[in-house]
Design a protein around this ligand. Sequence first.
Ligand SMILES: Cc1cc2nc3c(=O)[nH]c(=O)nc-3n(C[C@H](O)[C@H](O)[C@H](O)COP(=O)(O)O)c2cc1C
Length: 356
Amino acid sequence: MGFLYRQILRRILFNFDPETVHDAVMKSVSALQGVEPARMILELLVRVKEMPVTVAGIRFRNPVGLAAGFDKNCEAPLILAKLGFGFLEMGTITLRAQNGNPRPRVFRLNEHHGIINRMGFNNVGAYEAARRLSKLGSAGVPLGINIGKNADCSLEDAPKNYLEALKVLYPFGDYFVFNISSPNTLQLRVLHQKERLARLLDPALDFINNQRVKKPLFIKISPELEEGDLSGLVATAAERGLGLIVTNTSVRREHLHARWHSYEGGLSGKPLRDISNEMLKRVSELAAGRVPLIGVGGVFDGPSAAEKFKLGANLVQVYSGLIYEGPFMVKDILRHMEKNQADLKRRARGLGPSLM
Ligand SMILES: Cc1cc2nc3c(=O)[nH]c(=O)nc-3n(C[C@H](O)[C@H](O)[C@H](O)COP(=O)(O)O)c2cc1C
C-alpha cells in the first residue's frame, strides 16, 4: 500500500502547493467521516492489532499518535482514528480564531524528506473547535487538544489566554497540551523560562485540580533549548505532574541544502529526526522516569519509531511521515513493533529471531 502511495498518489499530489493539497484532503476526509461504510472499509483496510499502553493515566490502544497541526480545526478525528492511530492530537487551537501568516507558508523539502512551515496558528478558535467536537461524538481513541497563544496577545497576558482556551475546550479532550514551542509565533519560546512557565502553568493546574475529572497536561517543547532552561523545565514537569512532548519543529538549517537556508519557519520530517532525538535523550535522562514523554520528530517507519521508544518515549507521534510515506505508515510501524515484540519473546524463550 505504501509503495502504491509513493509511486502514484504522492507523485500527483506533490505537483500542487502543500497547503492546498492538505486542505483538499481534509475536506474530502471530513465529508467521508459522516459515511458509515467509508469508515468501515477504512477500518478493515487498516486493521491493526491492539498494543495497549497506559500513559498519564490514559489507556491507549497503541502508542502511535497523530501529531498536532494535521487536524488544526477538529475536522476529521473520526476518520483519522481509522488509520490505526492510538490517539490523535487536535490543534493548535487559540482562544480566538486567527488567520495565521500569509500564504505560501508550507514548503516540501523533497530531497530531504522534510517540511518547513510558518503557518502561525491559523485556526477557527476555541469556541468553534468546541462546537465541532461536541457535535462529532467519540473518535474511539483518546483525543489530545493542543492550545497556543493568540498572536496579538502579549507574553504578560499569555497565562489568561491559554487558561480561557483550556476552559472552553476542557470537556472535549482526554489530555491537553500547552504549545510553547512553535517558532512561528513571536516570542512564544520565551515561555520555556522557569518563572514564565510557572506563571503560565499554575492557573491552568488550579483550574484542572478543581474539576471533577482531572485530565493530564503536557508541555510541547522546542528542540532548541539551553541546558539551564531544559533542566528547569523538566524539574517543573516532574514537580507538577506534567507530561512533555519532545519536540516541536526546528529553526536550524545548517544541515540542509543552501537553497533552504533563507526559508523562515519550523523544520520537520527526516532532517528533524536527529535534532529531536538528541533532545529526547537529554529530557529522558533528566526526567529519569518521572515524566510521561511523547516523542515526535522524523518518525517515518518502524525503526525510527523504535528509536524514540529506546530513548525513553512512552508514546510517539507522526506528521511529516504521513505526507511522505502515506496513510498506511501507522499500520507499518505497528507491524514492525509487533514483530519486534514477537522476536523479543522468542529470544527470551531461546528460539532466536523470527524469519518473518
Ligand atoms: C504543516 C505543519 C503544521 C504544524 N502545525 C503544528 C501546530 O499547529 N501545533 C503544533 O504543536 N505542532 C505543529 N506542527 C509540528 C508537528 O506537530 C510535529 O511536532 C513536527 O512536525 C515534528 O514531527 P514530524 O517530523 O513527524 O513532522 C506542525 C507541523 C507541520 C509540518
